[in-house]
Unconditional design. Structure first.
Length: 188
């Protein structure tokens, strides 16, 4: 256990259908580094993760809803992937605005797998370099991003990765960016 994130508060934005390991491993590692973590979702109660399209693990209790929070409450944001999770989030105006506000406030954001769909909807990828699950690359390119096939990409505190296979690199880079704090070039 380290203390490099002591005093930091990190939001995880997810809903049903999140890729189980893409929430749980970053959650555990960021918490172990000393940060307070909260699960933010569209509704109160619990959300269910998946792996390969099948339910996985115990449901996760929601700490707050997007109606109850603002980016100002947190030092950073993590967006787990999965297929259904980001697809649902990107259709919710409050969730999209919550994401956009982290960029407006120059705060670190981590997004893995299909989660960059939410970044596209928030209008924050134009001119940025990212990676994602391969099937999202055309969407990112069409939104003005440069897509690269690497396990982790960091563009001014925006950390992206492709799949659960990249989680070790993703978690390490997200923790590093959260520890560094705000980045003035991290903007909408």
């Amino acid at each position: 256990m380290s203390d490099e994130l002591n005093g930091k508060k990190v939001a995880f934005l997810a809903t049903n259908g999140f890729e189980y390991s893409e929430l749980t491993q970053p959650w555990d590692e960021i918490k172990a580094a000393g940060a307070e973590v909260e699960l933010v979702s569209l509704e109160s109660g619990e959300i269910q993760g998946e792996s390969g399209g099948e339910p996985k693990g115990d449901p996760k209790p929601v700490d707050k809803t997007v109606d109850q929070v603002s980016a100002g409450d947190y030092n950073a944001l993590v967006l787990p992937g999965g297929l259904a999770n980001p697809d649902t989030l990107r259709t919710n105006d409050k969730a999209v605005q919550f994401v956009r506000d982290f960029f407006a406030q120059h705060k670190p954001v981590g997004a893995i797998c299909h989660a960059p769909w939410v970044l596209i909807e928030a209008g924050v990828v134009d001119g940025r370099t990212l990676t994602s699950f391969p099937s999202v690359q055309t969407d990112l390119k069409n939104a003005g991003a440069t897509w690269v096939d690497r396990e982790v990409v960091c563009d001014e505190a925006l950390v992206t990765s492709r799949t659960p296979d990249d989680l070790d690199a993703f978690c390490a880079k997200v923790i590093e960016e959260i520890a560094e704090g705000k980045h003035e070039e991290q903007t909408t």
